[in-house]
Design a protein around this ligand. Structure first.
Ligand SMILES: [Zn+2]
Length: 245
């Protein structure tokens, strides 16, 4: 990130020293690992694609898309399981406090161009969701959970999570999945691993937020760090690197 992006260099240094965490050992990809893609949709990732999309090119988001695409290719080449959440909303059902986004038919709810090929890949289980928390969104009316069923079907012991936003949908999915794991709802899952460079969040600098009535500032680098920190504090592993066998 540039020195001014997402809260400023001094602020991020201060936060990293005030709420530090050490990354876990790089993840070695082995059978029994499943990849979870969180909301790699135009509405959050593609410049100008709606109310919650970046307004200008954003390095953290570009890197997240690049790394997620790279990992999706690795998993699909090996015929390993991939689970993809896609934020998707009915126009008549708002999601406060957020403005309308990823409305069905707008194109915002579909994979970013770099991942469009995933739609027809047999390794991928897609789950459209109208809920921030992907684990919660995976429940069917009969109480079954499609994410838990995917973990069981492929006997997944480790899920590798990438996507957007680090401190919203990624954090909420990871927190709920870890809580569910702890009470035996996601067997045989053992580890939830977040790849830091495969995640991103949005940027709403404090000086911009001040000019928008009711807006909550959201400095990108700071909130990305806090998202990872919170996930780690819930029991997720945070890795800075992925090793391929
Ligand atoms: Zn949404």
């Amino acid at each position: 990130m540039g020195s001014e992006a997402g809260g400023g260099a001094a602020a991020i240094d201060l936060l990293r020293s005030a709420a530090p965490f050490l990354p876990d050992a790089d993840l070695l990809l082995t059978p029994g690992t499943g990849l979870v893609l969180v909301d790699l949709v135009n509405g959050f990732c593609t410049v100008g694609a709606g109310n919650l999309a970046p307004v200008t090119p954003n390095k953290q988001i570009e890197k997240m898309v690049e790394e997620s695409t790279r990992l999706a290719k690795v998993f699909c080449q090996r015929n390993w399981p991939v689970f993809a959440f896609l934020d998707t909303h009915h126009p008549d059902r708002p999601e406060p406090p957020f403005p309308p986004h990823c409305i069905i038919g707008s194109g915002e709810e579909n994979f970013v161009p770099a991942l469009e090929w995933l739609e027809n890949d047999p390794n991928v289980t897609m789950r459209r969701k109208d809920c921030i928390d992907g684990y919660l969104a995976s429940f069917e009316k009969d109480g079954s959970n499609v994410f838990s069923e995917w973990v069981a079907k492929f006997q997944i012991k480790t899920v590798l999570v990438v996507g957007i936003c680090t401190d919203f949908c990624v954090l909420d999915f990871v927190s709920s999945t870890l809580a569910a794991r702890n009470i035996g709802r996601v067997p045989p899952l053992e580890d939830v691993v977040i790849y830091s460079e495969g995640c991103a969040t949005f940027d709403l600098p404090v000086e911009v937020a001040r000019s928008i009535k009711g807006a909550l500032a959201h400095p990108q680098d700071l909130m990305h760090h806090m998202g990872l920190y919170m996930a780690k504090s819930r029991g997720a592993k945070i890795v800075d690197g992925i090793l391929e066998e």
